[in-house]
Write a protein that binds this ligand. Structure first.
Ligand SMILES: Cc1ncc(C[n+]2csc(CCOP(=O)(O)OP(=O)(O)O)c2C)c(N)n1
Length: 575
Protein backbone atom coordinates (compact mmCIF):
# COMPACT_ATOMS: atom_id res chain seq x y z
CA UNK A 1 0.00 0.00 0.00
CA UNK A 2 1.33 3.46 -0.94
CA UNK A 3 0.80 6.76 0.81
CA UNK A 4 -2.47 7.75 2.35
CA UNK A 5 -3.72 10.98 0.81
CA UNK A 6 -6.37 13.39 2.08
CA UNK A 7 -9.42 13.92 -0.11
CA UNK A 8 -8.12 17.35 -1.14
CA UNK A 9 -5.00 15.73 -2.59
CA UNK A 10 -7.07 13.10 -4.38
CA UNK A 11 -9.09 15.94 -5.88
CA UNK A 12 -5.89 17.59 -7.14
CA UNK A 13 -4.61 14.38 -8.73
CA UNK A 14 -7.91 13.68 -10.45
CA UNK A 15 -8.21 17.21 -11.81
CA UNK A 16 -4.76 16.80 -13.28
CA UNK A 17 -5.80 13.51 -14.82
CA UNK A 18 -8.67 15.36 -16.48
CA UNK A 19 -6.28 17.89 -18.06
CA UNK A 20 -6.51 20.70 -15.49
CA UNK A 21 -3.24 22.57 -15.14
CA UNK A 22 -4.33 25.90 -13.63
CA UNK A 23 -6.28 26.24 -10.41
CA UNK A 24 -7.40 29.68 -9.15
CA UNK A 25 -9.04 30.51 -5.87
CA UNK A 26 -9.28 32.35 -2.61
CA UNK A 27 -8.40 30.41 0.56
CA UNK A 28 -10.46 29.18 3.45
CA UNK A 29 -9.67 26.70 6.21
CA UNK A 30 -11.60 23.87 4.59
CA UNK A 31 -9.30 23.96 1.57
CA UNK A 32 -5.84 23.41 3.07
CA UNK A 33 -5.35 19.80 1.90
CA UNK A 34 -6.38 20.74 -1.63
CA UNK A 35 -4.22 23.87 -1.84
CA UNK A 36 -1.26 22.06 -0.35
CA UNK A 37 -1.61 19.19 -2.83
CA UNK A 38 -2.04 21.37 -5.95
CA UNK A 39 1.02 23.43 -5.00
CA UNK A 40 3.10 20.21 -4.81
CA UNK A 41 1.66 18.53 -7.90
CA UNK A 42 4.03 18.61 -10.84
CA UNK A 43 2.42 20.14 -13.91
CA UNK A 44 -0.16 22.09 -11.90
CA UNK A 45 -0.19 25.72 -10.79
CA UNK A 46 -2.23 27.32 -8.07
CA UNK A 47 -2.83 31.08 -8.01
CA UNK A 48 -4.91 33.10 -5.61
CA UNK A 49 -6.93 36.17 -6.54
CA UNK A 50 -8.28 39.04 -4.44
CA UNK A 51 -11.91 38.17 -5.07
CA UNK A 52 -13.48 34.78 -5.83
CA UNK A 53 -15.34 36.11 -8.89
CA UNK A 54 -11.95 36.70 -10.47
CA UNK A 55 -10.74 33.17 -9.74
CA UNK A 56 -13.62 31.92 -11.83
CA UNK A 57 -12.91 34.54 -14.54
CA UNK A 58 -9.26 33.45 -14.68
CA UNK A 59 -10.19 29.77 -14.96
CA UNK A 60 -12.70 30.68 -17.65
CA UNK A 61 -10.07 32.65 -19.60
CA UNK A 62 -7.49 29.84 -19.41
CA UNK A 63 -10.07 27.44 -20.75
CA UNK A 64 -10.92 29.78 -23.66
CA UNK A 65 -7.26 30.34 -24.46
CA UNK A 66 -6.04 26.75 -24.26
CA UNK A 67 -9.12 24.65 -25.02
CA UNK A 68 -8.45 22.74 -21.78
CA UNK A 69 -10.56 22.89 -18.63
CA UNK A 70 -9.32 24.92 -15.66
CA UNK A 71 -10.52 24.99 -12.06
CA UNK A 72 -11.51 27.59 -9.49
CA UNK A 73 -12.29 27.32 -5.80
CA UNK A 74 -13.72 29.37 -2.99
CA UNK A 75 -14.36 28.83 0.66
CA UNK A 76 -17.72 28.03 2.28
CA UNK A 77 -20.68 30.45 2.26
CA UNK A 78 -19.54 33.97 1.37
CA UNK A 79 -16.69 32.74 -0.81
CA UNK A 80 -19.02 30.41 -2.67
CA UNK A 81 -21.46 33.30 -3.15
CA UNK A 82 -18.66 35.59 -4.39
CA UNK A 83 -17.55 33.09 -7.03
CA UNK A 84 -21.03 32.89 -8.60
CA UNK A 85 -20.70 35.79 -11.11
CA UNK A 86 -17.56 34.36 -12.69
CA UNK A 87 -19.08 30.90 -13.05
CA UNK A 88 -22.26 32.43 -14.47
CA UNK A 89 -20.23 34.18 -17.18
CA UNK A 90 -18.59 30.86 -18.14
CA UNK A 91 -21.99 29.18 -18.23
CA UNK A 92 -23.44 31.83 -20.52
CA UNK A 93 -20.62 31.14 -23.02
CA UNK A 94 -20.44 27.31 -22.59
CA UNK A 95 -16.90 27.30 -21.21
CA UNK A 96 -15.65 24.23 -19.31
CA UNK A 97 -14.59 25.24 -15.81
CA UNK A 98 -14.60 23.08 -12.69
CA UNK A 99 -15.84 25.17 -9.75
CA UNK A 100 -15.07 23.72 -6.34
CA UNK A 101 -16.63 24.76 -3.08
CA UNK A 102 -16.04 23.07 0.25
CA UNK A 103 -18.94 22.80 2.63
CA UNK A 104 -19.40 22.17 6.31
CA UNK A 105 -19.17 18.60 7.58
CA UNK A 106 -21.39 15.89 6.12
CA UNK A 107 -23.08 15.47 9.52
CA UNK A 108 -24.41 19.04 9.58
CA UNK A 109 -25.15 19.98 5.94
CA UNK A 110 -27.97 19.26 3.53
CA UNK A 111 -30.05 20.10 5.49
CA UNK A 112 -27.92 22.72 7.24
CA UNK A 113 -28.05 22.96 11.02
CA UNK A 114 -26.64 26.46 11.47
CA UNK A 115 -22.88 25.96 11.34
CA UNK A 116 -20.80 29.07 10.64
CA UNK A 117 -21.05 30.06 6.96
CA UNK A 118 -23.63 27.39 6.15
CA UNK A 119 -24.76 27.60 2.59
CA UNK A 120 -26.80 25.59 0.14
CA UNK A 121 -24.14 25.72 -2.54
CA UNK A 122 -25.88 23.08 -4.61
CA UNK A 123 -28.92 25.29 -4.98
CA UNK A 124 -26.75 28.38 -5.52
CA UNK A 125 -24.82 26.86 -8.42
CA UNK A 126 -27.55 24.74 -9.99
CA UNK A 127 -28.79 27.39 -12.39
CA UNK A 128 -25.33 28.56 -13.47
CA UNK A 129 -23.66 25.23 -14.19
CA UNK A 130 -24.15 22.47 -16.69
CA UNK A 131 -23.99 19.90 -13.91
CA UNK A 132 -23.39 19.98 -10.17
CA UNK A 133 -23.17 17.55 -7.28
CA UNK A 134 -22.28 17.26 -3.66
CA UNK A 135 -19.79 14.57 -2.67
CA UNK A 136 -22.20 12.99 -0.24
CA UNK A 137 -19.96 10.04 0.62
CA UNK A 138 -16.21 9.96 0.97
CA UNK A 139 -15.93 6.92 -1.35
CA UNK A 140 -17.63 8.76 -4.19
CA UNK A 141 -15.05 11.55 -4.45
CA UNK A 142 -13.02 10.01 -7.33
CA UNK A 143 -16.12 9.00 -9.26
CA UNK A 144 -17.74 12.42 -8.93
CA UNK A 145 -14.61 14.43 -9.81
CA UNK A 146 -14.21 12.42 -13.01
CA UNK A 147 -17.91 12.69 -13.73
CA UNK A 148 -17.66 16.46 -13.34
CA UNK A 149 -14.74 16.61 -15.77
CA UNK A 150 -16.60 14.47 -18.28
CA UNK A 151 -19.66 16.70 -18.09
CA UNK A 152 -17.60 19.88 -18.42
CA UNK A 153 -15.76 18.81 -21.54
CA UNK A 154 -18.09 16.61 -23.58
CA UNK A 155 -21.14 17.46 -25.69
CA UNK A 156 -21.89 21.17 -25.39
CA UNK A 157 -19.25 22.10 -22.80
CA UNK A 158 -19.88 24.20 -19.73
CA UNK A 159 -18.91 24.86 -16.14
CA UNK A 160 -19.59 22.22 -13.51
CA UNK A 161 -19.63 22.50 -9.73
CA UNK A 162 -18.60 20.13 -6.97
CA UNK A 163 -19.51 20.80 -3.36
CA UNK A 164 -17.16 18.86 -1.08
CA UNK A 165 -17.79 18.64 2.67
CA UNK A 166 -14.71 19.49 4.70
CA UNK A 167 -14.56 16.03 6.31
CA UNK A 168 -14.28 14.47 2.84
CA UNK A 169 -11.57 17.01 2.00
CA UNK A 170 -9.48 15.92 5.02
CA UNK A 171 -10.29 12.17 5.20
CA UNK A 172 -7.58 9.94 3.78
CA UNK A 173 -7.65 7.58 0.83
CA UNK A 174 -5.34 4.70 -0.03
CA UNK A 175 -3.88 4.62 -3.53
CA UNK A 176 -6.12 1.76 -4.64
CA UNK A 177 -9.05 4.07 -3.92
CA UNK A 178 -7.79 7.21 -5.62
CA UNK A 179 -6.28 5.96 -8.83
CA UNK A 180 -9.22 5.08 -11.03
CA UNK A 181 -8.69 5.43 -14.79
CA UNK A 182 -10.31 8.43 -16.43
CA UNK A 183 -12.41 7.30 -19.35
CA UNK A 184 -14.44 9.59 -21.51
CA UNK A 185 -15.48 9.65 -25.12
CA UNK A 186 -12.85 10.53 -27.64
CA UNK A 187 -13.24 11.45 -31.29
CA UNK A 188 -15.84 13.81 -32.65
CA UNK A 189 -19.55 13.55 -33.31
CA UNK A 190 -20.13 13.34 -37.07
CA UNK A 191 -23.31 14.65 -38.67
CA UNK A 192 -25.76 12.66 -40.76
CA UNK A 193 -24.24 12.28 -44.25
CA UNK A 194 -27.60 12.76 -46.00
CA UNK A 195 -28.20 16.04 -44.21
CA UNK A 196 -24.71 17.30 -45.02
CA UNK A 197 -25.36 16.53 -48.69
CA UNK A 198 -28.60 18.51 -48.44
CA UNK A 199 -26.72 21.41 -46.85
CA UNK A 200 -24.17 21.33 -49.67
CA UNK A 201 -26.96 21.43 -52.24
CA UNK A 202 -28.68 24.36 -50.59
CA UNK A 203 -25.44 26.32 -50.35
CA UNK A 204 -24.33 25.61 -53.88
CA UNK A 205 -27.66 26.80 -55.29
CA UNK A 206 -27.98 29.85 -53.06
CA UNK A 207 -27.65 33.29 -54.63
CA UNK A 208 -27.04 35.04 -51.32
CA UNK A 209 -25.45 32.48 -49.02
CA UNK A 210 -23.87 33.54 -45.75
CA UNK A 211 -21.48 31.62 -43.52
CA UNK A 212 -21.82 32.34 -39.82
CA UNK A 213 -19.33 31.05 -37.23
CA UNK A 214 -20.22 30.93 -33.54
CA UNK A 215 -18.34 29.88 -30.42
CA UNK A 216 -18.79 26.21 -31.34
CA UNK A 217 -16.33 26.69 -34.21
CA UNK A 218 -13.78 28.05 -31.75
CA UNK A 219 -14.35 25.31 -29.19
CA UNK A 220 -13.87 22.68 -31.92
CA UNK A 221 -10.73 24.51 -33.13
CA UNK A 222 -12.27 24.57 -36.59
CA UNK A 223 -11.40 28.09 -37.74
CA UNK A 224 -9.11 26.83 -40.54
CA UNK A 225 -11.93 24.70 -41.96
CA UNK A 226 -14.32 27.66 -41.67
CA UNK A 227 -11.89 29.90 -43.53
CA UNK A 228 -11.38 27.26 -46.21
CA UNK A 229 -15.13 27.27 -46.82
CA UNK A 230 -15.13 31.07 -47.09
CA UNK A 231 -12.30 30.89 -49.62
CA UNK A 232 -14.70 29.12 -51.98
CA UNK A 233 -16.27 32.55 -52.43
CA UNK A 234 -19.12 32.67 -49.92
CA UNK A 235 -19.53 35.78 -47.71
CA UNK A 236 -18.59 34.96 -44.13
CA UNK A 237 -19.11 36.57 -40.77
CA UNK A 238 -19.23 35.57 -37.11
CA UNK A 239 -21.00 36.04 -33.82
CA UNK A 240 -19.05 37.82 -31.03
CA UNK A 241 -18.03 34.34 -29.77
CA UNK A 242 -16.79 33.27 -33.21
CA UNK A 243 -14.96 36.56 -33.80
CA UNK A 244 -11.57 35.82 -35.38
CA UNK A 245 -12.79 32.88 -37.47
CA UNK A 246 -12.82 35.21 -40.51
CA UNK A 247 -9.60 36.90 -41.58
CA UNK A 248 -10.13 40.65 -40.97
CA UNK A 249 -7.32 41.51 -43.40
CA UNK A 250 -8.85 39.62 -46.32
CA UNK A 251 -10.05 41.73 -49.25
CA UNK A 252 -13.56 40.21 -48.97
CA UNK A 253 -14.05 41.02 -45.28
CA UNK A 254 -17.46 42.40 -44.30
CA UNK A 255 -17.11 42.63 -40.51
CA UNK A 256 -17.62 40.28 -37.58
CA UNK A 257 -19.27 39.90 -34.19
CA UNK A 258 -23.02 39.98 -34.85
CA UNK A 259 -24.56 43.42 -34.77
CA UNK A 260 -21.41 44.81 -33.18
CA UNK A 261 -19.81 44.31 -36.61
CA UNK A 262 -21.61 47.22 -38.24
CA UNK A 263 -23.75 47.87 -41.28
CA UNK A 264 -22.37 45.28 -43.75
CA UNK A 265 -22.85 42.43 -41.27
CA UNK A 266 -26.33 43.69 -40.66
CA UNK A 267 -27.08 43.87 -44.39
CA UNK A 268 -25.69 40.36 -44.94
CA UNK A 269 -27.72 38.94 -42.03
CA UNK A 270 -30.90 40.53 -43.33
CA UNK A 271 -30.51 39.80 -47.02
CA UNK A 272 -28.98 36.31 -47.08
CA UNK A 273 -31.21 33.65 -48.63
CA UNK A 274 -29.31 30.72 -47.08
CA UNK A 275 -27.51 31.06 -43.75
CA UNK A 276 -25.11 28.34 -42.65
CA UNK A 277 -24.80 28.82 -38.90
CA UNK A 278 -22.17 26.65 -37.25
CA UNK A 279 -21.84 26.39 -33.46
CA UNK A 280 -24.06 29.40 -32.91
CA UNK A 281 -27.24 29.68 -30.89
CA UNK A 282 -28.75 32.80 -32.49
CA UNK A 283 -28.32 34.81 -29.32
CA UNK A 284 -29.26 38.44 -28.75
CA UNK A 285 -26.16 39.49 -30.73
CA UNK A 286 -28.11 38.19 -33.76
CA UNK A 287 -31.39 39.62 -32.45
CA UNK A 288 -32.43 36.04 -31.52
CA UNK A 289 -32.47 35.34 -35.25
CA UNK A 290 -35.22 37.88 -35.98
CA UNK A 291 -35.60 41.47 -37.26
CA UNK A 292 -34.26 44.04 -36.82
CA UNK A 293 -30.99 42.09 -36.96
CA UNK A 294 -31.92 39.19 -39.27
CA UNK A 295 -34.67 38.59 -41.81
CA UNK A 296 -38.19 37.57 -40.83
CA UNK A 297 -38.09 33.94 -39.62
CA UNK A 298 -39.05 31.60 -42.43
CA UNK A 299 -37.86 33.92 -45.19
CA UNK A 300 -34.29 32.69 -44.97
CA UNK A 301 -33.24 29.07 -45.28
CA UNK A 302 -31.16 28.26 -42.25
CA UNK A 303 -28.75 25.33 -42.04
CA UNK A 304 -28.01 25.03 -38.35
CA UNK A 305 -25.13 22.88 -37.14
CA UNK A 306 -24.55 22.40 -33.44
CA UNK A 307 -23.17 19.80 -31.06
CA UNK A 308 -26.28 20.25 -28.91
CA UNK A 309 -29.49 19.00 -30.59
CA UNK A 310 -31.69 20.97 -28.21
CA UNK A 311 -30.39 24.28 -29.61
CA UNK A 312 -31.24 23.48 -33.21
CA UNK A 313 -34.48 25.15 -34.23
CA UNK A 314 -34.81 26.91 -30.87
CA UNK A 315 -34.69 30.53 -32.02
CA UNK A 316 -35.08 30.18 -35.78
CA UNK A 317 -36.91 27.63 -37.89
CA UNK A 318 -34.31 25.56 -39.73
CA UNK A 319 -34.32 24.03 -43.18
CA UNK A 320 -31.60 21.56 -42.22
CA UNK A 321 -30.51 20.82 -38.66
CA UNK A 322 -27.33 18.84 -38.20
CA UNK A 323 -25.98 17.56 -34.92
CA UNK A 324 -22.24 17.54 -35.38
CA UNK A 325 -18.94 18.70 -34.10
CA UNK A 326 -18.07 21.84 -36.07
CA UNK A 327 -14.68 20.64 -37.28
CA UNK A 328 -15.79 17.37 -38.87
CA UNK A 329 -18.90 18.99 -40.29
CA UNK A 330 -16.93 21.74 -41.99
CA UNK A 331 -14.41 19.26 -43.37
CA UNK A 332 -17.21 17.05 -44.71
CA UNK A 333 -18.99 20.00 -46.28
CA UNK A 334 -15.80 21.31 -47.83
CA UNK A 335 -15.23 17.95 -49.51
CA UNK A 336 -18.71 18.09 -51.00
CA UNK A 337 -18.46 21.70 -52.17
CA UNK A 338 -14.96 21.55 -53.64
CA UNK A 339 -15.09 21.68 -57.40
CA UNK A 340 -18.80 22.61 -57.47
CA UNK A 341 -19.84 25.77 -59.22
CA UNK A 342 -21.40 28.11 -56.70
CA UNK A 343 -24.10 30.58 -57.74
CA UNK A 344 -23.20 33.44 -55.40
CA UNK A 345 -24.61 36.76 -56.61
CA UNK A 346 -21.29 38.54 -57.05
CA UNK A 347 -22.94 41.95 -57.17
CA UNK A 348 -24.49 41.33 -53.79
CA UNK A 349 -21.18 40.18 -52.34
CA UNK A 350 -19.43 43.24 -53.84
CA UNK A 351 -22.11 45.50 -52.32
CA UNK A 352 -21.46 43.97 -48.89
CA UNK A 353 -17.71 44.55 -49.20
CA UNK A 354 -18.32 48.10 -50.39
CA UNK A 355 -20.73 48.70 -47.53
CA UNK A 356 -18.08 47.55 -45.03
CA UNK A 357 -15.43 49.82 -46.58
CA UNK A 358 -17.74 52.84 -46.50
CA UNK A 359 -18.76 52.06 -42.92
CA UNK A 360 -15.12 51.96 -41.88
CA UNK A 361 -14.41 55.25 -43.67
CA UNK A 362 -17.20 56.84 -41.61
CA UNK A 363 -15.81 55.31 -38.42
CA UNK A 364 -12.31 56.57 -39.24
CA UNK A 365 -13.77 60.06 -39.70
CA UNK A 366 -15.11 59.97 -36.16
CA UNK A 367 -11.72 58.73 -34.97
CA UNK A 368 -9.98 61.58 -36.77
CA UNK A 369 -12.02 64.23 -34.95
CA UNK A 370 -10.14 65.85 -32.09
CA UNK A 371 -12.03 66.93 -29.04
CA UNK A 372 -11.32 67.72 -25.45
CA UNK A 373 -11.89 65.31 -23.72
CA UNK A 374 -10.95 62.81 -26.44
CA UNK A 375 -13.71 60.88 -28.13
CA UNK A 376 -13.75 57.09 -27.70
CA UNK A 377 -13.28 56.40 -31.43
CA UNK A 378 -9.98 58.31 -31.44
CA UNK A 379 -8.66 56.35 -28.50
CA UNK A 380 -9.84 52.96 -29.81
CA UNK A 381 -8.26 53.62 -33.20
CA UNK A 382 -4.92 54.75 -31.78
CA UNK A 383 -4.76 51.76 -29.44
CA UNK A 384 -5.72 49.35 -32.25
CA UNK A 385 -3.03 50.83 -34.50
CA UNK A 386 -0.43 50.27 -31.79
CA UNK A 387 -1.17 46.59 -31.13
CA UNK A 388 0.70 43.64 -32.68
CA UNK A 389 -1.30 41.30 -34.90
CA UNK A 390 -0.93 38.60 -32.23
CA UNK A 391 -1.91 40.78 -29.27
CA UNK A 392 -4.49 39.27 -26.93
CA UNK A 393 -7.23 41.77 -26.21
CA UNK A 394 -9.85 41.73 -23.47
CA UNK A 395 -12.96 43.73 -24.41
CA UNK A 396 -14.56 45.17 -21.29
CA UNK A 397 -16.73 48.20 -20.55
CA UNK A 398 -19.84 49.53 -22.28
CA UNK A 399 -19.51 52.12 -25.03
CA UNK A 400 -15.74 51.55 -25.14
CA UNK A 401 -16.41 47.89 -25.99
CA UNK A 402 -18.34 48.92 -29.12
CA UNK A 403 -15.53 51.22 -30.28
CA UNK A 404 -12.90 48.60 -29.53
CA UNK A 405 -14.85 46.10 -31.64
CA UNK A 406 -14.83 48.60 -34.50
CA UNK A 407 -11.09 49.13 -34.69
CA UNK A 408 -9.26 46.18 -33.11
CA UNK A 409 -8.66 43.49 -35.72
CA UNK A 410 -9.01 39.95 -34.45
CA UNK A 411 -7.25 37.46 -36.67
CA UNK A 412 -7.48 34.46 -34.37
CA UNK A 413 -10.45 33.76 -32.09
CA UNK A 414 -8.11 32.92 -29.24
CA UNK A 415 -6.75 36.47 -29.33
CA UNK A 416 -10.07 37.86 -28.16
CA UNK A 417 -11.45 37.78 -24.63
CA UNK A 418 -15.06 38.84 -24.24
CA UNK A 419 -17.96 37.45 -22.21
CA UNK A 420 -20.58 37.65 -24.94
CA UNK A 421 -23.33 35.78 -23.11
CA UNK A 422 -23.30 37.83 -19.91
CA UNK A 423 -21.81 41.09 -21.16
CA UNK A 424 -20.04 40.91 -17.83
CA UNK A 425 -18.40 44.19 -16.84
CA UNK A 426 -15.19 43.76 -14.89
CA UNK A 427 -14.05 40.57 -16.62
CA UNK A 428 -11.30 42.37 -18.51
CA UNK A 429 -8.51 42.48 -15.96
CA UNK A 430 -8.83 38.91 -14.61
CA UNK A 431 -9.16 37.58 -18.17
CA UNK A 432 -6.11 39.57 -19.29
CA UNK A 433 -4.11 38.42 -16.26
CA UNK A 434 -4.89 34.81 -17.19
CA UNK A 435 -3.85 35.49 -20.79
CA UNK A 436 -0.47 36.79 -19.66
CA UNK A 437 -0.02 33.67 -17.56
CA UNK A 438 -0.67 31.43 -20.55
CA UNK A 439 1.15 33.59 -23.11
CA UNK A 440 3.89 35.51 -21.27
CA UNK A 441 5.58 36.54 -24.52
CA UNK A 442 2.57 38.13 -26.19
CA UNK A 443 1.16 41.65 -25.84
CA UNK A 444 -1.88 41.44 -23.58
CA UNK A 445 -4.20 44.42 -23.10
CA UNK A 446 -7.42 45.04 -21.28
CA UNK A 447 -9.48 47.71 -23.03
CA UNK A 448 -12.05 48.89 -20.53
CA UNK A 449 -14.31 51.61 -19.23
CA UNK A 450 -13.69 53.32 -15.90
CA UNK A 451 -16.85 51.76 -14.51
CA UNK A 452 -15.90 48.23 -15.54
CA UNK A 453 -12.30 48.67 -14.39
CA UNK A 454 -13.26 49.59 -10.84
CA UNK A 455 -15.36 46.43 -10.46
CA UNK A 456 -12.26 44.21 -10.36
CA UNK A 457 -9.33 46.62 -10.01
CA UNK A 458 -8.09 44.82 -6.88
CA UNK A 459 -6.70 42.26 -9.33
CA UNK A 460 -3.86 44.69 -10.00
CA UNK A 461 -2.34 43.24 -6.84
CA UNK A 462 -2.69 39.71 -8.27
CA UNK A 463 -0.99 40.88 -11.47
CA UNK A 464 1.85 42.52 -9.54
CA UNK A 465 2.29 39.51 -7.23
CA UNK A 466 2.53 37.01 -10.09
CA UNK A 467 4.40 39.38 -12.41
CA UNK A 468 1.77 39.55 -15.13
CA UNK A 469 2.59 42.72 -17.08
CA UNK A 470 -0.77 43.34 -18.68
CA UNK A 471 -1.50 46.84 -19.97
CA UNK A 472 -4.92 48.08 -18.85
CA UNK A 473 -6.26 50.90 -21.01
CA UNK A 474 -9.09 52.79 -19.35
CA UNK A 475 -11.47 55.02 -21.30
CA UNK A 476 -12.28 57.28 -18.39
CA UNK A 477 -15.48 59.26 -19.03
CA UNK A 478 -16.17 59.43 -15.29
CA UNK A 479 -19.52 57.70 -15.77
CA UNK A 480 -21.37 54.51 -16.53
CA UNK A 481 -21.30 56.01 -20.02
CA UNK A 482 -23.50 53.66 -22.01
CA UNK A 483 -26.16 53.54 -19.30
CA UNK A 484 -26.12 57.28 -18.67
CA UNK A 485 -26.65 57.85 -22.40
CA UNK A 486 -29.66 55.54 -22.34
CA UNK A 487 -31.13 57.35 -19.32
CA UNK A 488 -30.69 60.69 -21.04
CA UNK A 489 -32.18 59.38 -24.30
CA UNK A 490 -35.26 57.84 -22.72
CA UNK A 491 -35.92 59.98 -19.62
CA UNK A 492 -33.61 62.97 -19.99
CA UNK A 493 -32.59 62.23 -16.42
CA UNK A 494 -29.26 60.57 -15.59
CA UNK A 495 -29.68 58.83 -12.23
CA UNK A 496 -26.65 57.59 -10.32
CA UNK A 497 -24.47 57.23 -13.38
CA UNK A 498 -21.85 59.97 -12.89
CA UNK A 499 -18.64 59.27 -10.96
CA UNK A 500 -16.19 61.28 -8.96
CA UNK A 501 -13.02 61.89 -11.02
CA UNK A 502 -10.85 58.99 -9.84
CA UNK A 503 -7.19 59.00 -10.83
CA UNK A 504 -6.67 55.35 -11.84
CA UNK A 505 -2.98 55.92 -12.59
CA UNK A 506 -2.54 56.85 -8.95
CA UNK A 507 -4.58 53.78 -7.93
CA UNK A 508 -2.25 51.64 -10.08
CA UNK A 509 0.84 53.07 -8.39
CA UNK A 510 -0.68 52.30 -5.03
CA UNK A 511 -0.87 48.65 -6.05
CA UNK A 512 2.77 48.67 -7.19
CA UNK A 513 1.84 48.82 -10.87
CA UNK A 514 2.86 51.40 -13.49
CA UNK A 515 0.35 54.21 -13.95
CA UNK A 516 -0.03 57.13 -16.29
CA UNK A 517 -2.84 59.55 -17.06
CA UNK A 518 -3.32 60.75 -20.64
CA UNK A 519 -5.48 63.57 -21.94
CA UNK A 520 -4.25 64.23 -25.49
CA UNK A 521 -4.23 62.01 -28.61
CA UNK A 522 -0.52 62.45 -29.31
CA UNK A 523 0.32 61.18 -25.81
CA UNK A 524 -1.37 57.80 -26.37
CA UNK A 525 1.34 56.02 -28.39
CA UNK A 526 4.26 57.10 -26.17
CA UNK A 527 2.22 56.18 -23.10
CA UNK A 528 1.59 52.70 -24.54
CA UNK A 529 5.30 52.33 -25.31
CA UNK A 530 6.21 53.28 -21.75
CA UNK A 531 3.56 50.97 -20.30
CA UNK A 532 4.82 47.98 -22.30
CA UNK A 533 8.41 48.84 -21.42
CA UNK A 534 7.61 49.16 -17.70
CA UNK A 535 8.02 45.40 -17.19
CA UNK A 536 5.13 45.32 -14.73
CA UNK A 537 1.36 45.55 -14.85
CA UNK A 538 0.31 48.96 -16.12
CA UNK A 539 -2.67 51.28 -16.25
CA UNK A 540 -3.14 54.02 -18.79
CA UNK A 541 -5.97 56.23 -17.61
CA UNK A 542 -7.22 58.11 -20.67
CA UNK A 543 -9.69 60.93 -20.18
CA UNK A 544 -12.50 60.48 -22.71
CA UNK A 545 -16.06 61.53 -23.35
CA UNK A 546 -19.06 59.39 -24.29
CA UNK A 547 -19.16 58.93 -28.06
CA UNK A 548 -22.32 57.65 -29.79
CA UNK A 549 -21.84 54.62 -32.02
CA UNK A 550 -24.03 53.59 -34.98
CA UNK A 551 -24.75 50.18 -33.43
CA UNK A 552 -26.26 51.83 -30.34
CA UNK A 553 -29.68 51.48 -31.96
CA UNK A 554 -29.53 47.71 -31.44
CA UNK A 555 -29.50 48.10 -27.66
CA UNK A 556 -32.79 49.90 -27.94
CA UNK A 557 -34.19 47.79 -30.75
CA UNK A 558 -33.23 44.39 -29.41
CA UNK A 559 -32.52 44.73 -25.68
CA UNK A 560 -35.63 46.84 -25.13
CA UNK A 561 -37.71 45.17 -27.88
CA UNK A 562 -41.28 44.69 -26.73
CA UNK A 563 -41.04 47.43 -24.08
CA UNK A 564 -43.30 50.46 -23.97
CA UNK A 565 -40.70 53.20 -24.30
CA UNK A 566 -41.38 56.74 -23.05
CA UNK A 567 -40.05 58.18 -26.34
CA UNK A 568 -39.91 56.60 -29.80
CA UNK A 569 -36.89 54.33 -30.23
CA UNK A 570 -35.57 56.73 -32.90
CA UNK A 571 -35.10 59.49 -30.30
CA UNK A 572 -33.45 57.17 -27.83
CA UNK A 573 -30.85 56.11 -30.33
CA UNK A 574 -29.66 59.71 -30.71
CA UNK A 575 -28.20 59.67 -27.22
C1 LIG B 1 -21.53 43.34 -14.00
C2 LIG B 1 -22.37 44.29 -14.79
N1 LIG B 1 -23.08 45.26 -14.15
C3 LIG B 1 -23.84 46.14 -14.84
C4 LIG B 1 -23.92 46.05 -16.22
C5 LIG B 1 -24.82 47.03 -16.99
N2 LIG B 1 -23.99 47.95 -17.80
C6 LIG B 1 -23.81 47.78 -19.12
S1 LIG B 1 -22.85 48.93 -19.82
C7 LIG B 1 -22.65 49.74 -18.36
C8 LIG B 1 -21.80 50.99 -18.28
C9 LIG B 1 -20.35 50.70 -18.46
O1 LIG B 1 -19.57 51.79 -18.06
P1 LIG B 1 -18.02 51.82 -18.34
O2 LIG B 1 -17.41 50.52 -18.02
O3 LIG B 1 -17.44 53.00 -17.66
O4 LIG B 1 -17.94 51.98 -19.93
P2 LIG B 1 -18.58 53.14 -20.83
O5 LIG B 1 -19.97 52.73 -21.18
O6 LIG B 1 -18.54 54.40 -20.01
O7 LIG B 1 -17.71 53.17 -22.04
C10 LIG B 1 -23.35 49.10 -17.33
C11 LIG B 1 -23.40 49.55 -15.91
C12 LIG B 1 -23.19 45.01 -16.84
N3 LIG B 1 -23.21 44.81 -18.15
N4 LIG B 1 -22.41 44.17 -16.12
Amino acid sequence: MGDLLPGGAVLAKLLKKGGVEFVFGLPGGQLFPFMDAVSREEGMRILTTRHEENSAHMADAVSRLTGKPAACFSTVGPGAANMVPGVAAAFADSIPVVAITPNNQTFCTYPAKGSIQDGNHLGLYRSITKWNAMVNQRERLPELVLWALREATTGCPGPVHLDIPVDVMYKTFSDSEYEPGYSRSSGRVRGDAKLITRAAELLSKARRPLLLAGGGVVRAEAWDEFRALAVLGIPATTTPMGHGCVDPNGDRYIGSAGWLGGSAVHKALQEADVVLAVGCRFSGWLGLGKPPVMGTPGTQKVIHVDIDPSRIGLNVPVEVGIVSDAKVFLADLLELLKGRKLQVDEQWFAALIDNYKKYMIEMEKVAAMRSDPLNEATVAKLVADFLDAEAIVAFDGGQVMEWAHTFVKINNPRNKLFTAGMGHLGMGMPFANAAKLVHPDRQVVNITGDGAFALTCQELETAVRYNLPVVNIIFNDRAWGMIKAGQVGLYNNPVGTDFFDTDYAEVARGFGAYGERVTRAEEIKPALQRAFAAGKPAVIDIITQFTPHPVDRFWVESVLAGCELPVPAGNAEKV
